[in-house]
Design a protein around this ligand. Structure first.
Ligand code: ATP
Ligand code: MG
Ligand code: FE
Length: 336
């Protein structure tokens, strides 16, 4: 089964061809990051326009890189939520048009289900059930992956997502957008125990997260240094902040794996590209006898191959969408 997958939920225009769920025949990503960086974050209207400009050529390239053509594709998959509504609509309209014109089946995919599925691509032995910590630009979810298409969200952020915290703190200390990779790089030169930033926990919700207090506390630290005329060490701030993000993620994920009796733990989403996080998880998992998985860097951030993988497992279970498929910006992981 060869699936043509399309992803336009945020600021990457992406298309891929995936065979039988786990073999990536092509994976084309046009990132708009340089454009949005000028504005310090993603501008939704610009994202939609760029998707419109690029989508056709990205799809053509995905087909030609895979050495295939639309006639030989078995199904069309597309991210229909969550994400920016105008951005999602470009991919959804395109996928519906292709499905209609070719008479091929259409499969709508949840973006976060795609991030989770990215782990299957490079780890042939990984199968549900397992625990997955989704840490992306808009989501921080601790998920029990019961089956390829069945998810139980046992913890979530109450405010900012982990990636969002990276992006906002990066702005506070004068690094550009996107903040994640820049903080990671600077943190390597800093002392992660230099500043005792808070680690929030939520009463009665052991698996929930909160990062807005941490974000404010970094801002307060920087402001008070500036006010006192003290030069603060940016690398120490980056490293101490990064540790304050990693610790709660790690401790909650490990306790969840134990409580739910899971012997495998996976990371998913853009923040899992962070090496400090990967190393901390790898070490702790090893000490606890848990198998650890994380997608490669390119599969961690937005791409269409992960959408093709998720779509395959939906497809073989019989999921088909019609011409009434619509973009759902607030689509829930458990509501499908
Ligand atoms: P969502 O998937 O929740 O809809 P999104 O698609 O915008 O949001 P992703 O593309 O999965 O998010 O990830 C982007 C986020 O990952 C950004 O917040 C970015 O700062 C963060 N990120 C990327 N690389 C790193 C890194 N090396 N360290 C920390 N964070 C990172
Ligand atoms: Mg992005
Ligand atoms: Fe994403």
């Amino acid at each position: 089964i060869d699936i043509l997958a399309i992803e336009t939920s945020c600021d990457e225009t992406a298309a891929a061809v995936v065979r039988n769920g786990r073999t990536v025949l092509s994976n084309v990503i046009y990132s708009q990051i340089d454009i949005h960086a000028l504005y310090g974050g993603v501008v939704p209207e610009i994202a939609s326009r760029k998707h419109m400009e690029k989508i056709n050529q990205i799809i053509r390239k995905a087909l030609s890189d895979a050495g295939t053509s639309l006639e030989d594709i078995d199904a069309i998959a597309v991210t229909y939520g969550p994400g920016l509504v105008g951005a999602l609509l470009v991919g959804v309209a395109e996928a519906k048009a292709i499905a209609f014109a070719t008479g091929k089946p259409l499969v709508g995919v949840h973006h976060i289900e795609g991030h989770i599925a990215a782990n299957y691509i490079e780890n042939p032995e990984l199968e549900p059930p397992f625990i997955c910590l989704v840490v992306s630009g808009g989501h921080t979810h601790l998920v029990v992956v019961r089956d390829y298409d069945r998810f139980e969200v046992i913890g979530r952020t109450r405010d900012d997502a982990a990636g969002e915290a990276f992006d906002k703190v990066a702005r506070t200390i004068g690094l550009g957008y996107p903040g994640g990779p820049k903080i990671e790089k600077l943190a390597r030169e800093g002392n992660g125990s230099a500043i005792p930033f808070p680690r929030a926990s939520i009463d009665g919700a052991p698996y929930d997260f909160s990062f807005s207090g941490l974000k404010s506390s970094v801002l307060n630290y920087v402001n008070s240094c500036n006010m006192k005329g003290i030069e603060f060490n940016r690398a120490d701030v980056a490293a101490s902040f990064q540790n304050a993000v990693i610790e709660p993620l790690l401790s909650r994920a490990i306790s969840a794996a134990k409580e739910y009796g899971m012997d495998s733990l996976a990371l998913a989403g853009g923040v899992s590209a962070n090496n400090a996080i990967r190393e901390a998880f790898a070490k702790e998992c090893e000490e606890n006898g848990i198998r650890f998985y994380a997608p490669s860097l390119i599969m961690s951030t937005d791409n269409a191959a992960m959408i093709g993988t998720a779509a395959y497992y939906e497809y073989i279970k019989g999921r088909r969408d019609g011409n009434d498929l619509n973009a759902v910006p607030g689509l829930k992981l458990e509501s499908r």
